[in-house]
Design a protein around this ligand. Sequence first.
Ligand code: NAD
Ligand code: UGA
Length: 459
Amino acid sequence: MKVEKICCIGAGYVGGPTMAVIAQKNPGIKVTIVDINAERIAAWNNSDLSKLPVYEPGLAEIVKETRGKNLFFSTEIDKAIDEAEMIFISVNTPTKTYGKGKGQAADLKYIELCSRNIAKVATTDKIVVEKSTLPVRTAEAVKSILDNTGNGINFHILSNPEFLAEGTAIEDLLSPDRVLIGGESQEAIESLASVYSSWVPQDQILRTNLWSSELSKLTANAFLAQRVSSINSISELCEHTEANVDEVAKAIGMDSRIGSKFLKASVGFGGSCFQKDILNLVYIARSYNLNEVADYWEQVIIMNDHQKRRFSDNLIKTLYNTVSGKKISMLGWAFKKDTNDTRESAAIYVADHLLNEQAQVSVYDPKVPKQKVYSDLNYLNTRSEEENENNVTVSETPYESLKNAHAVAIMTEWDEFKDYDWKKIYNEMKKPAFVFDGRNILDKSKMNEIGFEYYSIGQ
Ligand code: NAD
Ligand code: UGA
């Protein structure tokens, strides 16, 4: 099937950047991204490119080049579905917060709604592509909905999970390690492969069966998160033995069988997917009664929760066992640098813990708006919105946040934090001035020289 029109349902962190790149690399294909969230669509259409809903280096330039030519953002979902030959489903698949599987299983209600909508409005044959991360065997449910409520037309289901990481999404999309396509119809697989082959070499486009493709996505995230939890577990041992976790990471990473990436010890991994996808994997394993498999992967999450908790416990203990009434400046709120995404950011949990101990928390992040900080804390439901308002300030500048602080906690590895005038900051902080570097981005000896009491992870 020749693809001339693509529809993508879901204009989020995956749908937006992925479709922008597909449009840029395929000027002959009309790509329409639709969403039920009218505000988000309006933001994607904003003439001020600094107001796009997703911040990613390089994204605004591609949107500028393609928007209005062959890339469109719209709320007219039915129209876009019906006119496209290929429909990507790129909606959110969060962890269930209710009913069976609460706290573990993926909530597939948005996927089902999309499938039912496609079935309802489609009048011609369609290739339906699962772009969202889904539990293995979801395609079976999607196919069943489409085949049973459709208008007697043919649907081919493909699984095409996305491997981009936020902060480097455009780079990852432009030169992916691989593109994975799982499916039953060879013809449909080749239609999708032809879209990617505009810029991805053939040997990097993997074709598999549906279930391998769905499961590979969960497995990739589980392996990546496991590396972070593994090095974080070693960081705690380093703190008791005078070994240095960065030196250990370098030493093991030079073994080509281990590799050097994803060995950076931190305050704990965040992001919308690692935890959600591992919990989902654990849930699936348990549903097949594979309890050892489930327990094995669950440990990655347990370790990560421990790492976040350990960071705030250390901070409190070092500040003479109390932070009550003390100003703690948190640098960074995003779950990693170069993104405005805060989902599951370690900063949220550390702040929550410090607030329970009656700290006065002051936050500065170069890309996260004030309201997001409050809504993240309010979402936890630990205390009233009013209490969060009273005990948390979000500063416009880092120096305002750091002034008169008893301690600084570095939560995100934003490059600009390294270049701050730390001498000036020291002079303006309460003494002794403590720094807790949750990302090991500052130079310990320089910080000590200035006069800081500097604590990092695993050193
Ligand atoms: P997101 O929340 O940023 O975006 C999802 C969008 O889908 C939202 O704008 C929402 O309004 C829209 N939506 C939900 N139901 C809809 C419906 N019925 N019709 C139209 N629009 C609807 O989510 P995201 O981060 O883009 O993630 C999407 C999927 O991709 C998830 O399954 C996630 O696991 C996976 N994924 C995410 C990343 C990432 O870096 N964020 C990377 C790889 C894979
Ligand atoms: C991750 C995967 O890297 C992507 O391949 C995947 O597509 C995506 O999840 C997804 O499915 O959503 P992302 O969460 O955007 O991407 O970012 P990562 O770079 O993986 O970082 C995740 C978290 O781990 C961040 O909080 C980061 O700071 C932390 N991390 C990462 C470490 O603490 N140490 C490391 O060495 C690497």
